[in-house]
Design a protein around this ligand. Sequence first.
Ligand SMILES: Cc1cc2nc3c(=O)[nH]c(=O)nc-3n(C[C@H](O)[C@H](O)[C@H](O)COP(=O)(O)OP(=O)(O)OC[C@H]3O[C@@H](n4cnc5c(N)ncnc54)[C@H](O)[C@@H]3O)c2cc1C
Length: 464
Amino acid sequence: MSEAPADLLIVGAGAAGLTAALVAAERGARVVMLTKGHAPDSSSMHAQGGIAGAIGDDDTAALHAVDTKRAGRELCRASAVRVLTQEGPERVRELIAMGVPFDPELNLEGGHSRRRVSSVEGAATGWAVTSLLARLAGRTESISVREATNVLGLWVADARCLGVLTPDGPIAARATILAMGGAAALWARSTNPEGQIGDAIAIAFAAGAAVADLEFMQFHPTVLAGSRLLLTEALRGDGATLLDANGERFVDELAPRDEVARAIVARGHVRLDLRDIDRGRFPGLMAEIEKAGFDPATEPIPVSPAAHYTIGGVVTDLFGRTDIAGLFAAGESAATGVHGANRLASNSLLECLVFGRRAALAALDEPAPPSRLGPTPPSPAVRLASAELREQVWLEAGVVRSGADLDHLAASADPVASLVARFALARTESRGVHYRIDAPATDPALEGHFVLRPGQELKLEHWT
Ligand SMILES: Cc1cc2nc3c(=O)[nH]c(=O)nc-3n(C[C@H](O)[C@H](O)[C@H](O)COP(=O)(O)OP(=O)(O)OC[C@H]3O[C@@H](n4cnc5c(N)ncnc54)[C@H](O)[C@@H]3O)c2cc1C
């Protein structure tokens, strides 16, 4: 390790990491970004429907907050929702100013009471936004990106994070932001890129940081059967209908995702009918469907739910600060409490922009690292998720869960699978995306966030 520590080390080059990098570089910081595989391999690149933000004439941050909290089933942290919805419009307008070619009309998505979702070509939003941010970062001299650098652990000494541990040794920095996305690829059926197996949760918890809300995995209801191809909510917003085996509608297509996902699981075989919508608004998506062998103009296409968004993660305050000094988390890796028990559609790209920026600003206030960093711990082993493990997580912590299945999963050798099961066992109720067949009602006594600190018991906390 010969170079001087960077001002800011960012693990992850999705929307949260890129936002943080650009904000920090603009303020003169030297930034190093690390990605597990190739830089474009992030959930952010795959995001489709868009970014929520109250920019319409008939809309306000307060209305957006009401919808966010309703979707979150009384569990959203009110202060985080305020920050997200009040700062959101400015972040979206910044993207417009940077040149993101948003469609002229705002979209309506499930759970939103107004048209407030900005999208590109209907379903190419993630690609348009993330590739633009990546191009800007690529042009910024003070940002360097190291691909294929698998972060295996954190370098913590005297209760302060000094950087990260990789197979090639340690990388030091004044401050470190985990922007490593979620854990949904730990489930066999998932919309996420394969590497998104919750490494942020694993390494932060191993280093002593608190994690929270891990029982809340959001399942996207409409994923093309047998594939990772998500069929965005915007299609249903535009009038696409869900049909059962008899060709009958059976659910309000714009109900919150958890309700739609469970209704689909209960029916078994379900198809999404795109025949009557303006398919020309979603050119990329229609091409993907046709590539998969279906003709959306003539036949409804088979869909089923898949693990999609990790509501829980590494506990942070509203500036991304974790329990460990010098360590921050933002985007899908963080648990700010903003989504409560169910994320409102298109609030997660917004979360990346709003909280990625805030984490960068706070990280720049960190003091310089000690001049002598001392001995580095050895790098931990690479964490892999086998097909068997992913299948087990899908079967035992899926859309509908039971105590017996979760008990079995809690014994898993994989730290994240085991944590998910322990959290889901503790929540002996059904709320939002977490549904227990053996506890189908909501229990008002569990209105809070389960938090786990290494070496302690799970604790129910009330976040304001
Ligand atoms: C198909 C799909 C469609 C979606 N559509 C929408 C939408 O329309 N609107 C919306 O708001 N949200 C949507 N989402 C959710 C949203 O895209 C994500 O929540 C958000 O992009 C997460 O961004 P992030 O920056 O936190 O993480 P990501 O974009 O997932 O980036 C994670 C980064 O961390 C890196 N990383 C992970 N582990 C390691 C490691 N061990 N070492 C080094 N690097 C590592 C990865 O390489 C990657 O660069 C969608 C998600 C998917 C998968």
